[in-house]
Each structure stands twice: as structure tokens, then as C-alpha cells.
Design a protein around this ligand. Structure first.
Ligand SMILES: [Zn+2]
Length: 259
């Protein structure tokens, strides 16, 4: 049979199209993200690209290396080590630049990671002060990077299908584990905890989902001592789990720790 003959089958054409799409979208996406940035350095296998709008002082490698080192230390503190991360990290400067580069998709985040497309991206940051801000909300940059790197770790550990499965069906695990490893510090914990203990689901905010994920993960892994594999392989009925956590807090058996 000739090539032309094989291509006559719709299934073959569709499969080819799918393969081309998957393999070409990664370089195209990274090409798009690189526009307007300069490659500054590579640290722990993380290739750092910084928007041309940053000042010379901000681009000083001393600050960048410090931020990456601190993020890596956070992960090491929770026994997450990688010999080389092998990922691109893009830093943008203005909200405008951020909106454009994130394709106007969920632009209220501070950072986004798509490990299967080989990139992490960060909105306007102060590399000198180790801070990241988005429309007035400010966070610690190395803590944010630790959270994003944990997504890369999750992707490598779980593989494409399992990662996607968790992203779609129990995103709290993916975000909760990342917050647990990074030790998120700037969510209004007492406010969210108060809502959780009093069972007010209606008053949830953008941060409530992150908080709940972090709380459940802290409870399961640190408090109950379940292994990471068990965590990823188990199904949790979240209403049941949340009630168990409430009860444990009430009985003074468990206290949430966010570091
Ligand atoms: Zn995340």
C-alpha cells in the first residue's frame, strides 16, 4: 500500500494530526513565551528567562540564584529532591505582559506551571526583594517557586495521565500537596480556619480551595503519617475527610501547621 493509500484512512490522519499537535505545541508555546525576554542563567536545571522590562539590578544573577536556592531548600526540607529540574521559567514584568502571555486565562494567579509543556511562568516580581505581586496581592517569590516546582515534581512522579486525572477530579490534592511542600504562609489562615470549623461553604474565596487542599494534605501526611504513595493512590470522600478533621481539631488531637 502506498503512503497516499494509508493516509486515506481517517483514523491514520487523525492520529498523525494529534501527534504533530502534541509535539509542536511545546516549542511553539515556549517560543511565544520567550518573546520579549532574555535568557539569564540556568540554576539546578531551571532555565531562567526574564522580561526585558526588568532593570539591570533586578536581573543580577545573585538575586535570582538566591531565590532558586531558597525554593530548592523548601523542597529539600520535605524530602523532595531532583537532580536536575530541566524546565523553563519565565518572569514577566507588567500585568499587561502577564495577561498576554497567559493568553488571558486565569490571570489572577501569581504563577502558572505546565510541566508537560516544559514551562513555569511568573507575573511581576521583585527579584531583589524576593516578592511577587499580582494586582496588588503580594507573596514571597521563592515560596511561590517552591509551589510551582512541586507541580513539576508531581507531574514527573505521576505521569501525564495520572496527573491529568488528579487535576480534573481532585485538584485539591495537586494544589494541597504543592502548598504543603512549599509551606504557604500568606493565606489568612485564621479566617479560613474559622470558616472551615463552622462549616460555612458559602463564604469561600479564591484562597479557600487552596487552604482546604493544604489542610487535608497536612492532616493526612504530617498528622496521620500516611506515605506519599498512599496519598496519591487513595480515594478520599472529602465530606467524610473534612468531618474527621473537624472532629480531630475539636478533640485537640490535630492542629494545622502551615510551614
Ligand atoms: Zn498550584
Amino acid at each position: 500500500m502506498t503512503v497516499k493509500g494509508i493516509l486515506r484512512y481517517k483514523f491514520v490522519r487523525q492520529t498523525l494530526y494529534f501527534i504533530i499537535l502534541i509535539f509542536s505545541i511545546e516549542p511553539i508555546m515556549n517560543w511565544y513565551l520567550r518573546i520579549g525576554t532574555n535568557f539569564e542563567l540556568s540554576s539546578h536545571g531551571i532555565n531562567i528567562y526574564i522580561s526585558k522590562s526588568y532593570t539591570k539590578e533586578e536581573k543580577d544573577s545573585v538575586y535570582i540564584r538566591h531565590i532558586v536556592d531558597e525554593a530548592i531548600q523548601r523542597l529539600k526540607g520535605k524530602n523532595i529532591t531532583e537532580s536536575g529540574w530541566n524546565i523553563n521559567a519565565y518572569f514577566y514584568y507588567t500585568n499587561d505582559e502577564w495577561d498576554r502571555k497567559s493568553l488571558y486565562y486565569m490571570t489572577d494567579n501569581h504563577a502558572k506551571t505546565h510541566a508537560y509543556l516544559n514551562f513555569m511562568m511568573y507575573c511581576s516580581a521583585s527579584l531583589v526583594e524576593n516578592k511577587i505581586s499580582n494586582y496588588g496581592s503580594i507573596r514571597d517569590l521563592s515560596e511561590t517557586m517552591a509551589h510551582e516546582l512541586t507541580h513539576v515534581y508531581e507531574y514527573k512522579k505521576l505521569g501525564f495521565l495520572k496527573y491529568l486525572y488528579n487535576r480534573v477530579l481532585c485538584d485539591w490534592k495537586i494544589e494541597g500537596f504543592s502548598d504543603y511542600i512549599a509551606g504557604r504562609t500568606n493565606i489568612k489562615v485564621s479566617e479560613e480556619m474559622n470558616k472551615f470549623e463552622n462549616n460555612y461553604p458559602d463564604s469561600s474565596t479564591f484562597y479557600t480551595d487552596y487552604f482546604l487542599g493544604h489542610l487535608r494534605t497536612d492532616y493526612l501526611i504530617r498528622h496521620k503519617g500516611i506515605s506519599e504513595d498512599e496519598y496519591w493512590n487513595s480515594y478520599y470522600d472529602i465530606d467524610k475527610l473534612d468531618n474527621e478533621i473537624r472532629q480531630a481539631i475539636k478533640n485537640n488531637e490535630y492542629k494545622f501547621e502551615n510551614f
